[in-house]
Design a protein around this ligand. Structure first.
Ligand SMILES: [Fe+2]
Length: 201
């Protein structure tokens, strides 16, 4: 059974950039819903295998992709934010960003523009693509569509309305601008060092 991750900060720690009210609903209601639905789906898959009854397999595997991806991305999102403090990409990650985006400002511009243009409900992600040996930015629709197989998410931004509407209404740009103040680059660096160790510049 999956369990909710603990937040490494209090619910009001990201204010004023990310309100306590939004984080409370996001973490305690919506994320918990994804955990519960993923557990429910995993349980039903176990029963299907045990009884050799695969009548609903299409629906179950679809749910696993949707709810499971929702769990994974929300956990990355909550962990890649932190109360305002100066963190930066490590030298190794910065070298790769400079190589693949032509500089940090270029990366930040593309990430912001890409986030702004996520269609409907989705995410924006900085990913490492092992097969291409490069960093890229991807927009994701819902939680699971438009990925590149095998890519490893390093930094993610939730662009579902539930992540910003309460505080920023329809002003996505302000939400994106605020996000840059609470990016936890130490966590991104950790993922870069621990998960992508064999592909360095
Ligand atoms: Fe969300």
């Amino acid at each position: 059974m999956l369990k909710k991750i603990e937040l490494p900060y209090s619910l009001n720690a990201l204010e004023p950039y990310y309100s306590k009210e939004t984080l409370d609903i996001h973490y305690n209601k919506l994320y918990e819903g994804y955990i519960n639905n993923t557990n429910d789906t995993l349980e039903k898959l176990e029963i299907a295998r045990a009884t050799n009854d695969f009548q609903n397999i299409k629906c179950l595997e679809k749910n696993l992709s949707f709810f499971g991806s929702g769990v994974i991305l929300h956990e990355l999102f909550f962990l890649n934010m932190i109360l305002y403090m100066p963190t930066n990409p490590s030298k190794s990650l910065m070298d790769q960003i400079e190589k693949d985006f032509g500089g940090f400002i270029n990366f930040k511009n593309q990430f912001s523009q890409s986030s702004l243009n996520v269609e409907a409900s989705g995410w924006n992600l900085l990913v490492w693509v092992p097969n291409f040996k490069k960093l890229e930015i991807l927009q994701c629709e819902k939680h699971q569509n438009l990925t590149l197989w095998g890519c490893i998410p390093l930094l993610v931004l939730d662009m579902w309305e539930h992540s910003y509407f309460l505080q920023y209404k329809s002003n996505r740009q302000d939400y994106i601008n605020a996000f840059w103040n609470i990016v936890n680059w130490d966590e991104v660096n950790k993922r870069w060092d621990e998960i992508c160790p064999i592909y360095k510049v």
